[in-house]
Design a protein around this ligand. Structure first.
Ligand code: 5GP
Length: 177
């Protein structure tokens, strides 16, 4: 069984959402089906179970869904990297550029220790800005980021390349040309 194309069949494309011209890759059907949800998580578990991972860091918000399940399965803790203004304790912040304007992500200052071996996860890499911002936060905390993981990569937007050029390995399950 080709897991990648099988899982891709459970990702729905919604044209013109959230705006005209965008093809939104919707992972909710994949999550809703117990077989594909488990298949996806198992791909990550098999990849990281022998890697001495200390922590899984998930990006707001779909990175929380897969990241927390992966952390639980690896028997390690989960840390959320949230959009600015959502975390209650003291935070470190990293700004990044969007198509129009800027955005920022934050992490709690006690979320990880120097030397912690971290897997960073989100659902999709488009321009790569979000993943790189999360990576910069973790590096500023002194973490050892083993790899970034996502379900989907959009190679035409060059985000995966940008992440890899930034020094972070990226593992993805599906891609859309
Ligand atoms: P980037 O920062 O790489 O340009 O955008 C990636 C972020 O935007 C991720 O957090 C991801 O959840 C969200 N995103 C952008 N486009 C899509 C899409 O088509 N489908 C999904 N599921 N998320 C998207």
């Amino acid at each position: 069984l080709d897991y990648s194309s099988y899982l891709k069949g459970w990702i729905r494309t919604v044209p013109n959402w959230p705006q005209q011209g965008v093809m939104f890759r919707d992972i909710t059907p994949l999550l809703q089906n117990p077989k594909t949800f488990r298949m996806l998580i198992d791909i990550y578990v098999h990849r990281y179970m022998t890697e001495k991972v200390d922590l899984v860091a998930g990006l707001d918000a779909r990175g929380f869904i897969i990241g927390s399940v992966l952390a639980y399965e690896l028997n390690v803790g989960f840390v959320p990297i949230r959009k600015k203004g959502k975390l209650p304790f003291t935070t470190v912040e990293e700004e990044y550029e969007l198509e129009y304007g800027n955005a920022a992500v934050e992490i709690h200052t006690d979320a990880c220790k120097p030397g912690d071996r971290v897997v960073l996860i989100d659902d999709l890499v488009a321009t790569g800005g979000t993943m790189l911002a999360g990576y910069k936060l973790l590096k500023r905390m002194g973490a050892d980021v083993l790899e970034a993981a996502a379900i989907i990569e959009l190679p035409e937007l060059g985000g995966g390349q940008l992440v890899r050029d930034g020094g972070l390995d990226l593992f993805t399950v599906c891609s859309y040309k």
